[in-house]
Design a protein around this ligand. Structure first.
Ligand SMILES: Cc1cc2nc3c(=O)[nH]c(=O)nc-3n(C[C@H](O)[C@H](O)[C@H](O)COP(=O)(O)OP(=O)(O)OC[C@H]3O[C@@H](n4cnc5c(N)ncnc54)[C@H](O)[C@@H]3O)c2cc1C
Length: 387
C-alpha cells in the first residue's frame, strides 16, 4: 500500500509539497479552499497583472534552483542594465545614494552580524554614524516590509541587505507575474499524478499523514495548537498604473522611511497594457498607522520618482497585508526559534512562518521540502517519480 498524504492549502507551499511528495512516491491529494490555486502567489486578472504576494525570485536561492532543476523557472527576466533607481533622502529624490550609504553597505555586507543585537545598534557602532545606519536600515524595507527594519536582529537584516545588494542583481521576474509560476507548478504536480482539489475548504484536521500548508493562525485553529504563532508585520501596498514615460525610474528606494516602489513593467512589459507602466509599492505600517496614512506616504514617494504621475494614473489597487510577508526575527532570535514544522503524530506545518532558513517564500519552499524529507524517511518508499 502506498502512503496517502493529504495536503491542506494550494499556495506555493502546498504545491511544492505535492511535487516533492510525488517524487518521493507518496499518493497525494491537495485541498485548496479557493477556486484557484496559488494563495498569495496570485496575480490580478486582466491587463494589469499585479502580484498579491511574491513579486520577485532570487536566482541565488534554493527555491530558484529547485524550480530550475524541474524546468519550471524559465523563461525569466532580469533587471535591465539601464535600470535607474531614485533614492529619497531628506525628502528629495536623487539618482545616486549618499556616498556614506554606499560605503556603509559595502562594509556591513562583508561582516558577520550578531544575532543578539538590533541592526540599528550594530550598524551605528560599526559605522560610527547613526544617520547612515538609519538610512541603510530603511533601505532593507524592500526585503522586510517592516516600518522599522533597524529594530530587527542584526544577523537577520544583514543577510537581507546582502541578498538585496548583489551586483549584478540576483532577482528574476517571471513573465506575466507569479500566476505563471503557479500555473507551471500545478501542471507539473498533475503531470506527476497529484490530485489537486480546488473549492474545497478543510474545516477539521484530516487523518495523518497530513501537511498543513495554510497560514499559521489557520493551522493553529485546525490543530488546536496555540504555540503555532507568526512573527510578521503590517504593510500598506499601493499598485498604480501610469501612462509610460521614457524617464520613469525602475525603482524608488526610500532612505527616509522604509518604502519601496518598483516598475514591474520595465523588466516585464507584459504586466501592463501597451503604453503604460505598472508600479507596485510597499511601506511598513507603524502600530497605529492606517492604510490611508500608509498610502499617503507611498504617494509622496511616487512624487520623488515619477513626474506628474497623478495626471498619468490609469489604474490603482491598495490593500493592507498583516503577517503575510514572511517571518521577522527580533534581536536574540533566529529562524530556529520559529514554530517547528514537525508537530508530531505525522502532522506537518509548512509556510513562511515555520522554522526554516531563507528569504520570504524560500522559507515556505524549504519547510515543504523538509516536511517531505521527514515523511519519506519514516516510510519504506523508494519510488522516485520522474517527469
Ligand atoms: C506584499 C508581499 C510581497 C511579497 N514579496 C515576495 C517576493 O518578492 N518574493 C518572495 O519570495 N516572497 C514574497 N512574499 C512572500 C510570499 O508571498 C509567501 O511567502 C508565499 O506566497 C507563501 O506561500 P504559502 O503557500 O506558504 O501560503 P499561501 O500563499 O497563503 O497559501 C495558503 C493557501 O491555503 C489556502 N487555505 C487556507 N485555509 C484553508 C483551508 N482551511 N482549507 C483549504 N485551503 C486553505 C489558502 O486559500 C491559500 O491558497 C511576499 C508576500 C507579500 C504579502
Amino acid at each position: 500500500m502506498r502512503t496517502q498524504l493529504t495536503i491542506v492549502g494550494g499556495g506555493l507551499g502546498g504545491l511544492v509539497t505535492a511535487i516533492s511528495a510525488r517524487e518521493a512516491g507518496l499518493e497525494v491529494t491537495l485541498y485548496e479552499a479557493r477556486k484557484e490555486l496559488g494563495g498569495r502567489a496570485r496575480t490580478t486578472p486582466g491587463p494589469h497583472r499585479a502580484n498579491w504576494g511574491p513579486h520577485v525570485i532570487y536566482s541565488d536561492g534554493p527555491l530558484w534552483a529547485w524550480l530550475d532543476q524541474r524546468g519550471l523557472a524559465r523563461p525569466a527576466r532580469r533587471v535591465p542594465s539601464t535600470a535607474r533607481i531614485v533614492f529619497r533622502v531628506d525628502g528629495r529624490g536623487r539618482t545616486v545614494p549618499p556616498r556614506k550609504v554606499l560605503t556603509g553597505i559595502l562594509r556591513l555586507r562583508n561582516t558577520e552580524a550578531p544575532v543578539d543585537r538590533s541592526f540599528r545598534a550594530w550598524a551605528t557602532e560599526r559605522l560610527d554614524d547613526p544617520v547612515t545606519a538609519g538610512r541603510i536600515s530603511n533601505f532593507v524595507g524592500v526585503a522586510t516590509f517592516d516600518p522599522d527594519p533597524g529594530r530587527l536582529s542584526a544577523a537577520f537584516v544583514n543577510d537581507r541587505l546582502r541578498r538585496a545588494t548583489q551586483y549584478p542583481p540576483a532577482v528574476r521576474y517571471i513573465p506575466g507575474g507569479w500566476g505563471t509560476i503557479v500555473d507551471r507548478l500545478a501542471a507539473y504536480a498533475r503531470h506527476l499524478g497529484a490530485r489537486l482539489e480546488t473549492n474545497n475548504p478543510v474545516d477539521h484536521l484530516p487523518a495523518p499523514p497530513v501537511v498543513l500548508a495554510i497560514p499559521m493562525a489557520r493551522a493553529a485553529q485546525l490543530t488546536g495548537d496555540r504555540s503555532l504563532r507568526s512573527t510578521g508585520t503590517r504593510t500598506a501596498l499601493l499598485d498604480v498604473a501610469i501612462t509610460r514615460r521614457r524617464v520613469d525610474p525602475f525603482a524608488v528606494s526610500d532612505l527616509d522611511g522604509s518604502g519601496w516602489i518598483e516598475t514591474f513593467s520595465i523588466p516585464d512589459p507584459s504586466v501592463a497594457p501597451t503604453g503604460e507602466h505598472l508600479t507596485q509599492s510597499q511601506v511598513g505600517l507603524f502600530p497605529d498607522e492606517t492604510l490611508e496614512q500608509g498610502v499617503a506616504r507611498i504617494e509622496a514617494l511616487l512624487d520623488c520618482g515619477y513626474r506628474e504621475w497623478r495626471d498619468r494614473e490609469t489604474w490603482r489597487r491598495r490593500l493592507t497585508v498583516t503577517a503575510e510577508s514572511g517571518a521577522l526575527d527580533p534581536p536574540g532570535t533566529t529562524w530556529r526559534d520559529r514554530p517547528s514544522g514537525d508537530r508530531g503524530d505525522d502532522v506537518h506545518v509548512v509556510g513562511d512562518m515555520v522554522a526554516a532558513p531563507g528569504l520570504l517564500s524560500e522559507v515556505t519552499h524549504q519547510s515543504a521540502v523538509d516536511a517531505v524529507t521527514r515523511l519519506a524517511a519514516e516510510r519504506p518508499i523508494s519510488v522516485v517519480a520522474q517527469a
